[in-house]
Write a new protein. Structure first.
Length: 129
């Protein structure tokens, strides 16, 4: 049972004591973006070495990362609702959610850059033939 500052039971306090379980979802979404980023970099290295790869995997990875980003945006929006309700929990979780979102966005940009570079190499090889 969770009590607020006045000693009364608080459902919100109890709910927030389990917020870390919800936060794991955001970590998993960030890991999905990380895996897609790594996969795109590996594909780029393979393309640079001359291996042929299908471009469908690029599109699938980008779509998956966009969906994961949508989930992170939804989490940040929900965090904003919590911030309106409680300043105490806002201070605790703001840096965490922002860190996860910023890291995921940077990974997504890296993924886009390597996908574009890989497609550029594919196009150059196609034009040589």
């Amino acid at each position: 049972m969770h009590l607020d500052a006045s000693g009364k039971y608080s459902a919100f306090e109890e709910l927030m004591s389990y917020y870390h379980l919800n936060f794991y979802v955001y970590i998993i979404l960030m890991l999905i973006v990380l895996v897609n980023c790594i996969k795109t970099i590996i594909d780029y290295i393979r393309i640079k070495k001359g291996n042929k790869l299908k471009s469908k995997s690029d599109i699938f990875n980008i779509i998956t990362s966009i969906l994961a980003g949508g989930g992170l945006f939804s989490g940040a929006f929900f965090h904003g609702v919590i911030a309106d309700i409680s300043d105490k929990y806002n201070k605790i979780w703001t840096s965490s959610i922002l860190s996860v979102c910023i890291i995921s966005f940077i990974l997504f940009i890296i993924q886009i850059v390597f996908m574009i570079l890989g497609n550029k190499i594919k196009l150059e090889e196609k034009n040589k033939k």
